[in-house]
Design a protein around this ligand. Structure first.
Ligand SMILES: [Zn+2]
Length: 259
């Protein structure tokens, strides 16, 4: 219910204060997943210069297509950032006066270590720095649902979803890259971790939180075979071992947008 109310409230504020204050909009992204099933067979399905492909045959006979980045990857490329629905401009976090982006964890204590791992993964790239805080200075808030009923109260929730990020955009504080490309700042990011994440492995939990923190930074979902092994790929099959390291594509993308 809380998520639903908050969205209605923001929509109303947007209308009421249209002419004299910031308007907020939401850009929503969803990380879906397939159901966990035991894998009985892993079959190699070829490779290319970036990925090794496998078919995971599950107990019920269904097959998951899984890719793993091979040793020679990554071939560095600029990854897409989210474009705001209203302005069409890319969005990013505003860096705090202390040079960091403040993140707060309000979720289930069982996931605190996974949250820390995810923060460390982004910080390791040495471009932006997340700082974990416990106060209202946080512009990125990570919430957690503890049961299916709470999940169902979130209008964005679809069965199997593990995480969701809503970015609220402050249209009054736009900024530009050195080449003149205009961007908007995110005023607040709300990440929700759905209750189903509790059943995932630590590897998967880390993956979902890294992915959602990526959305809070501005990264968009990735689709297409060539992006299957990257953390921002839109879906991740539970039960497979996911590659959680962030590489040179994420690094140059952050350097580009957070120059
Ligand atoms: Zn996503």
């Amino acid at each position: 219910m809380e998520e639903y109310m908050k969205k209605n409230l923001l929509a109303l504020l947007g209308i009421a204060f249209l002419t004299f204050t910031s308007i907020y909009s939401m850009t929503q992204n969803t990380l879906a997943s397939s159901k966990q099933q035991s894998i009985v067979k892993k079959i190699s399905a070829g490779k290319d210069k970036n990925f090794n492909y496998y078919e995971f045959v599950k107990k019920d006979g269904s097959v998951d297509f899984v890719s793993e980045v091979n040793a020679k990857y990554p071939k560095t490329h600029l990854l897409p950032f989210i474009k705001d629905n209203n302005t069409g401009l890319n969005i990013k976090q505003k860096i705090n006066d202390d040079g960091t982006i403040h993140v707060k964890y309000d979720g289930n204590s069982n996931l605190k270590n996974n949250f820390k791992n995810a923060v460390a993964a982004w910080n390791k790239l040495d471009v932006i720095k997340f700082k974990m805080v416990d106060d209202s200075s946080a512009t990125v808030d990570v919430h957690g649902n503890s049961n299916a009923k709470e999940d169902a109260n979130n209008p964005d929730y679809e069965k199997g979803n593990l995480g969701d990020t809503n970015n609220y955009v402050d249209y009054d504080s736009s900024t530009a890259l050195a080449d003149g490309t205009k961007m908007n700042y995110i005023s607040k990011s709300d990440i929700v971790l759905y209750s189903g994440i509790a059943k995932a492995s630590d590897n998967n939990k880390d993956h979902v939180i890294i992915h959602e923190l990526g959305h809070a930074l501005g990264f968009d979902d990735l689709y297409g075979q060539k992006n299957r092994g990257l953390v921002m790929f839109s879906t991740s099959p539970i039960g497979s071992v996911l590659l959680n390291h962030l590489g040179s594509s994420e690094k140059i993308s952050l350097q580009h947008y957070y120059q």
